[in-house]
Design a binder for this molecule. Structure first.
Ligand SMILES: Nc1ncnc2c1ncn2[C@@H]1O[C@H](COP(=O)(O)OP(=O)(O)OP(=O)(O)O)[C@@H](O)[C@H]1O
Length: 452
């Protein structure tokens, strides 16, 4: 039952409210201190507050103070202030301070009941809404409602507003690039470029010119001056993926760019100022690399002014199911497939699997399942997964037994529906009489044959 706190020093009124608010769990207080105690103890959603409280019940000052304290402690509480007849001024001041509603004495039980019910209704709608807002992913692209991903998203959203260099750590396929893009999109640079470069996929001798650009004639084949990724990202965000794979020789030049925010093109002599936000990512352990002297310590601290650790898929509760459903809808459309959802065993298998390849592994499994699935529901076997304790043979056996059970149930239901008429049963099931007889034999439904 919903809790309502009645704050009034008049015992008569307390009693009257007790009788009219029988649908609620009513608790009482008769001054400011006891009101605050009761508020802390019972956390009522609605408070009715008489503004005329001791020590001076003839004016509203103590009541208004109580109102302020209640709202400071618990801003979502709906406070209905009760004022003396004609005391409109204090009533309006109370509303101004944040009271939900006011009511002028004398108290009418029916009206009070309606007011309290309505306040409770609004309070529960608001609290529902707050929950929904909390469950909403903080960053648009990130699918997931688990506590771990929500916490990381909230952190990323806060960081996005700043220009701080951010290092995203996480296993392969956990969504580091998605986070980098989301940070860019939630940042004041959102309408400028987002430029990504994977330091591991570009040969060492090309990476420098790819990043910093080059002047015409800098080397054989440099026919025209070309901008590097850093300059292309001017005003926006540069995402350096696999920063741990940056050759040690290039790290000094990177450090200078990050510290001084100027670059020189390969073969160039002038310094070019750049205004860029940098987000880096790696699945490597940079600290170990620093200890092994394969990654510069000063660069490590420069790229990781803020570090975000993206949790592996296995640590995201039921997000795997949410992600799977999202991707399924997309792939079913891409591959023009009839697949509509997942069987219970597929869901269970996804929840049990360890996902060493994280979201990318999930995507790959889903793509082949959508292409290969025979029915409209994806089974664990379509995902090449197995529910614990079930061997492959058992799974096949179970599928067969499920189908057989369903068929024999359908035959019996059709038979009962047409009052035991075999021809009509066959017709209803869309099979011939001989087929029906062989199914009856197959499923040992002898009693159907005898009564026919
Ligand atoms: N939370 C998420 N919601 C929706 N899609 C996601 C999410 N996380 C990742 N993905 C998708 O999963 C795939 C892999 O993500 P991404 O490339 O960002 O991972 P990564 O950690 O950068 O991988 P790698 O370390 O291998 O480069 C992408 O297709 C991406 O769109």
């Amino acid at each position: 039952m919903s809790k309502v706190l009645v704050v009034d020093d008049d015992l008569g009124i307390q009693k009257q409210l007790k009788w009219c608010l029988t649908d609620f769990d009513v608790v009482y207080a008769d001054d400011r201190a006891s009101a605050i105690n009761q508020l802390r103890r019972f956390e009522p959603a609605v408070v009715t507050l008489d503004l005329g409280l001791p020590p001076d019940p003839t004016n509203a000052s103590e009541g208004l103070k109580t109102l302020e304290e209640i709202l400071a402690l618990s801003p979502h509480t709906k406070v209905i202030v009760v004022t003396g007849n004609n005391d409109k001024e204090n009533a309006l001041q109370a509303i101004d301070l944040g009271a939900y509603d006011f009511y002028q004495k004398p108290i009418d039980s029916d009206t009070m009941k309606i007011l309290v019910s309505r306040a409770l209704h609004v309070s529960s709608l608001e609290s529902e809404n707050r929950k929904l807002l909390q469950a909403r992913p903080a960053m648009g692209r990130i699918v997931g409602t688990s506590e771990s991903i929500q916490a990381v998203s909230r952190r990323a959203e806060k960081i996005a507003k700043t220009d701080i260099s951010t290092l995203l750590l996480g296993e392969s396929g956990t969504g580091k690039e998605v986070f980098a893009r989301s940070i860019h999109e939630a940042s004041p640079r959102a309408d400028k470029a987002f430029v990504a470069i994977n330091c591991a996929s570009i040969p060492e001798n090309l990476l420098e010119s790819e990043l910093f650009g080059y002047e015409k004639g800098a080397f054989t084949g440099a026919n025209k001056t070309t901008l590097g990724k850093i300059e292309t990202a001017q005003g926006g965000t540069l995402f350096l993926d696999e920063i741990g794979d940056m050759p040690i020789g290039l790290q000094a030049k990177m450090l200078r760019f990050l510290q001084e925010r100027v670059i020189e093109r390969v073969g160039g002599r002038s310094e070019i100022p750049v205004d860029i936000r940098v987000v880096c990512a790696t699945h490597r352990n940079l600290q170990t690399m620093v200890a092994e002297e394969t990654f510069r310590e000063d660069l490590f601290y420069r790229v990781g002014e803020m570090v975000i650790e993206i949790p592996p898929l296995k640590e995201r509760d039921k997000d795997v199911v949410l992600l799977a459903k999202t991707f399924l809808a997309q792939y079913a459309e891409d591959f023009n497939s009839k697949v509509k959802g997942f069987s219970d065993n597929a869901i269970q298998a996804m929840l049990e699997h360890h996902w060493p390849g994280n979201i990318r592994e999930l995507q790959n499994k889903l793509k082949s399942a959508v292409i290969l699935a025979e029915g409209t529901m994806i089974q664990a076997s379509d995902l090449s997964l197995r529910v614990s304790g079930e061997t492959a043979e058992q799974e096949v056996f179970n599928l067969r037994s499920v189908r057989e059970e369903a068929e024999s149930r359908a035959i019996r239901r059709a038979y009962n529906q047409v009052d035991g008429n075999i021809s009509k049963t066959a017709e209803l099931l869309g099979v011939t009489r001989p087929t029906l007889y062989s199914l009856i034999d197959k499923y040992s439904l002898e009693d159907l044959k005898t009564s026919a």
